[in-house]
Design a protein around this ligand. Structure first.
Ligand SMILES: Cc1cc2nc3c(=O)[nH]c(=O)nc-3n(C[C@H](O)[C@H](O)[C@H](O)COP(=O)(O)OP(=O)(O)OC[C@H]3O[C@@H](n4cnc5c(N)ncnc54)[C@H](O)[C@@H]3O)c2cc1C
Length: 593
């Protein structure tokens, strides 16, 4: 349900590409999902000369102003370009049973059209781990590096690691402001090294954020990879507002190397409501993302036998689909600057999502894991310095935290109250933001230090709610179900407070913030309560259809994305990761292609 319409209806309709002739189409490949992975994959296949159909359930909002300006992204949540998922009640969060919003892009460009645009590959060690520990041949850092280089374009960096002529423009959006420099100084003064490029030889250290933005605007995957091709490659067809219900699987005869089940096409619902079947010659490739690809597989008869039986779906392949979900939770702080500074207005800020610098740091817990695994792991804790973003973020975060505190204590049935509270907060926010003075105050004064645990140990699930493709799946990230995750956050919290208390930070901000922060030296329980009350998602759902060595019972796909035991069916999206990356996840699905 769309609670927050932000894009003019006209905008979708004017840019609609159309779905005519799909049934009679003659395709080699069908790619389901025009997101971070689906777009570069479809482009690459089209360039090889194959005929490709790229399908997308969402419309064509990628050119709208709301999507193009990164600082407006907060307004896109719960809008027509967000699937609007919510988790099942989370028993390890506070208040117990809290439900969290799980935004996910629904438009050409997928989640790359609604994300923060941060360009972070993850640690080289992550990819080596995939190759060595999970049997994913072809995925070591040495092997994926040329792909990363080939998709990006930026100047003035070490060319051993970085690309200068790919389709995606990468940049630091503006010269660093004083407070951003001071954040990095505070990190250094409290024991971190300065790292001028976390996407090069190593991840740990303090550095400026890189964004994928072109002339300050969002560079979503559809605009970067598909639009430049449409005019020149008639073999590439795009159908938006086309919802895939399932993959058509047929029992094939003979002794095929990968078994006897074969994908031959997809069942689609068109914008008009008409249901059709479209066939292809070679492969169906699911790039619907780590939540909806598992749903599509299960609806098609691939998944855990018992679970499919509960929904009356005959099981064609018994595989652990949706069983290994991973995510990065994050815990924000809502801080206020002492005063509004002159630089707080103008072009510098226009196109920033505000996430301007990072500290990647390793907790003691992670060092212990390194010893146990006998391999280096990069860094588990990421502290993001957020300054002066779109005013709605300051308001939204402040009101969210304040609302949680208030409504959380009012009633034992927190969940129904929270729904009411969320809509009340949303409408209050919209009214307040109409006031220029409020907008300016929050643009100028809002800061946040946000902690992310990049080596989250908890595992969740994506399961069917019903056999109806329109019903969203049951998504249970099970945040904090592994006690090590809370311990990692406590260490990260103390590290964050050390930075915040350093002179170069205190001169800029009021450390008490919008919501008071527990003291780093106080009782551990207070810190834990703060973490569990305020934790949200970083939207990095992944590992739900993991790849692994052929025949590995924990793997759904082989290292080339082929669904085990099924012919002509592949997965190519964030669900393929065997273990979550210690970075931002938009890069990896693109690297996969
Ligand atoms: C708010 C937010 C902020 C984020 N910030 C960052 C960041 O700063 N940096 C970063 O690297 N990552 C970030 N991420 C994560 C990153 O965007 C995702 O991990 C990545 O885009 C996932 O790519 P994907 O191809 O797996 O899925 P998606 O990009 O989500 O693509 C899946 C596509 O499939 C379509 N689809 C799904 N089901 C169907 C169906 N049945 N029929 C037809 N089409 C279908 C969807 O509509 C969607 O367009 C963020 C994500 C969000 C939501």
């Amino acid at each position: 349900m769309c609670l927050n319409p932000v894009i003019d209806k006209q905008d979708f309709e004017e840019r609609f590409i159309g779905t005519a002739d799909l049934e009679s189409g003659d395709f080699d490949y069908i790619v389901v999902g025009a997101g971070s992975a689906g777009c570069p994959l479809a482009a690459r296949l089209a360039k090889s000369g194959a005929s490709v159909l790229l399908l997308e359930a969402g419309g064509e909002a990628h050119r709208s102003r709301e999507v193009q300006m990164p600082k407006r992204m907060y307004g896109l949540w719960q809008s027509e370009v967000d699937w609007g998922f919510r988790s099942v009640p989370q028993e390890h969060l506070l208040p117990r049973g809290r439900v969290i919003d799980l935004e996910r892009g629904k438009t050409l460009g997928g989640s790359s059209a609604i994300n923060y645009n941060m360009w972070v590959r993850g640690a080289p060690e992550d990819y080596d781990r995939w190759a060595e520990e999970f049997g994913c041949s072809g995925w070591s850092y040495k092997e994926v590096l040329p792909h990363f280089k080939s998709i990006e374009s930026l100047e003035g960096y070490d060319q051993r690691y970085r690309g200068d002529s790919g389709p995606v423009k990468v940049a630091q959006t503006f010269p660093p402001m004083e407070e951003v420099q001071d954040f990095m100084r505070a990190c250094e003064a409290t024991g971190a090294e300065r790292n001028p490029d976390y996407n090069a030889a190593k991840l740990p250290g303090a550095g400026l954020t890189q964004f994928n933005t072109a002339q300050g605007g969002r560079e979503d995957c559809f605009s970067a990879f598909i639009e430049p091709l449409l005019r020149w490659y008639p073999n590439l067809r795009v159908a938006s507002e086309t919802f895939c219900h399932k993959v058509v699987l047929e029992e094939s005869e003979g002794q095929a190397p990968l078994g006897e089940v074969r994908a031959t096409g997809v069942v689609l619902e068109l914008r008009s409501g008409q249901i059709i079947t479209v066939k292809c010659r070679h492969e169906v490739i699911l790039s619907a993302g780590a939540v909806l690809t598992p749903q599509l597989l299960m609806l098609s008869g691939i998944g855990e036998k018992e679970h499919l039986k509960e929904h009356g779906i005959p099981c064609l392949r018994d595989l652990p689909v949706g069983q290994n979900m991973q995510d990065h939770p994050f815990v924000p702080s809502a801080l206020l600057g002492h005063a509004r500074t002159a630089e707080a207005t103008g072009a510098q800020y226009r196109n920033s999502s505000g996430m301007n610098a990072h500290l990647f740091w390793q907790s003691d817990l992670d060092k212990k894991r390194e010893k146990k695994l006998k391999r280096s792991l990069g860094a588990d804790i990421q502290i993001i310095f957020v300054n002066r973003p779109d005013p709605s973020m300051g308001l939204k975060t402040g009101l969210f935290l304040a609302g949680q505190k208030l409504f959380g204590s009012l009633s034992p049935d927190y969940r129904s109250d929270y729904k009411l509270a969320a809509s009340a907060v949303a409408s209050l926010m919209r009214s307040l933001l109409k006031l220029q003075s409020v907008r300016e105050a929050f643009t100028a004064r809002f800061f946040s230090l946000t902690i992310v645990n990049n080596h989250n140990q908890s595992r969740g699930t994506v399961r069917l709610r019903s056999a109806d493709p329109h019903e969203p799946p049951l998504i249970d990230p099970k945040h904090f179900s592994d006690p090590e995750d809370l311990e990692a956050f406590v260490q990260g919290y103390r590290r964050m407070m050390a930075v915040l208390k350093h002179d170069s930070m205190t001169k800029h901000m009021d450390p008490t913030g919008v919501v008071p922060l527990p003291s780093a030296d106080g009782p551990q329980e207070e810190i834990e309560n703060y973490i569990l009350k305020n934790s949200q998602t970083t939207w990095h759902y992944s590992c739900t259809t993991p790849m692994g060595a052929v025949g590995d019972p924990k793997a759904v796909c082989d290292p080339e994305g082929r669904v085990q035991g099924v012919r002509n069916l592949r997965v190519c999206d964030a669900g393929l990761m065997p273990v979550i990356l210690g970075g931002r996840l938009c890069r990896a699905p693109r690297g996969a292609t």
